[in-house]
Design a protein around this ligand. Structure first.
Ligand SMILES: NC(=O)C1=CN([C@@H]2O[C@H](COP(=O)(O)OP(=O)(O)OC[C@H]3O[C@@H](n4cnc5c(N)ncnc54)[C@H](O)[C@@H]3O)[C@@H](O)[C@H]2O)C=CC1
Ligand SMILES: O=C(O)[C@@H]1CCC=N1
Length: 276
């Protein structure tokens, strides 16, 4: 199997997600010379060259080389156009293609590339920017064992990854962890606002909201206890937490969250149809 020092990667699209992967891979011991990237945005290319010393090109086919992996990190709206643009380079070099785009299926990608080839759909999230991503991955039938391991090495550079065996599950991953950071940011934002309304300063309310989220997440990760048990530990009989949790329950928080995840899941499914 190729070690991380031997893998060659081409990024197509060098925005936020690509940059977080580049940073994570360099932290894991890859060198800039193992990677190249293409992106039409001059500012973005300048940033990538300055930050990581990775060679970048405005043309998706320029200096394509013989990459082991091509990571497609563009918006779903332009996937078809971008894959058709790089199809000739990919058909010539036959790499593993990894897409991080929401919604777009492996069959669609193969069709737009005009070739059945190994494709992985990976769904990261923005905490990948600080090496704390949660990533779900699906591989089509043509991905070899070695390519599965290479994919894990790449994704584990920016967080914790899991495989799903049904492609449809990637829509659920997108709804839970792909979009998930936004839910937690929103929750923290509302905690802060409510704390301010109760008289705390903006600075104090923001600090307490963020630190409570971080502390709870770390405790949930490190404790052997279940989420239910951890919740029960906070909740004194007839105390303050019980009062708040009863209010959440009366307002159907469980259904509110379920409906939100269903909406994201449905949108992920709809995206593939929209851009077919
Ligand atoms: N932002 C998020 O939280 C997550 C995003 N994703 C997926 O990652 C993908 C990329 O998202 P971001 O990095 O956040 O977006 P971004 O906007 O930061 O990056 C996209 C990059 O694609 C470049 N681009 C535009 N046209 C191009 C072309 N013809 N050829 C090559 N590059 C081109 C843009 O200049 C930009 O730098 C999307 O498909 C999104 O669904 C997946 C998980 C989470
Ligand atoms: O909102 C979106 O469509 C993308 C995919 C997951 C997170 N951001």
């Amino acid at each position: 199997m190729k070690s991380i020092q031997d893998i060659r990667i081409r990024f197509v699209g060098a925005g936020n997600m690509a940059a977080s992967l580049m940073g994570g891979l360099i932290n894991k011991g890859m060198t800039a010379s193992q990677m190249t990237a293409s992106d039409p945005g001059q500012n973005q290319r300048d940033y990538i060259e300055r930050q990581f010393q990775i060679l970048t090109f405005g043309d998706n086919n320029a200096h394509f080389g013989m990459p082991d992996i091509v990571i497609i990190a563009v918006k779903p709206q332009i996937m078809k156009q971008v894959l058709q643009d790089v199809a000739s380079s990919i058909r010539r070099t036959h790499p593993l293609v990894i897409s991080v785009a929401a919604g777009i299926t492996t069959d669609q990608m193969a069709q737009w590339l005009g070739l059945d080839l190994p494709i992985v759909r990976a769904m990261p999230n923005t905490p990948a920017l600080i090496g704390q991503g949660a990533i779900g991955m699906f591989a089509n039938q043509l991905v070899t064992k070695e390519q599965l391991l290479m994919t894990e090495q790449v994704m584990d550079a920016v967080g914790t990854s899991i495989w799903v065996t049904e492609e449809g599950n990637i829509d659920a991953v997108t709804a839970l962890s792909g979009s998930g950071p936004a839910y937690f940011f929103m929750f923290m934002q509302y905690l802060q606002q409510a704390g301010q309304k109760l008289g705390l300063s903006e600075t104090n309310a923001a600090l307490l909201a963020k630190k409570t989220a971080i502390g709870s997440a770390l405790l949930a990760e490190r404790s052997p206890e279940s989420l239910q048990q951890l919740k029960d530990r906070v909740t004194s009989p007839n105390g303050t937490t019980a009062a708040a949790l009863e209010s959440f329950t009366e307002n159907n928080i469980e259904q509110v969250i379920e409906q939100a995840l269903n909406a994201a899941n449905d949108r992920s499914i709809a995206l593939s149809k929209e851009f077919d």
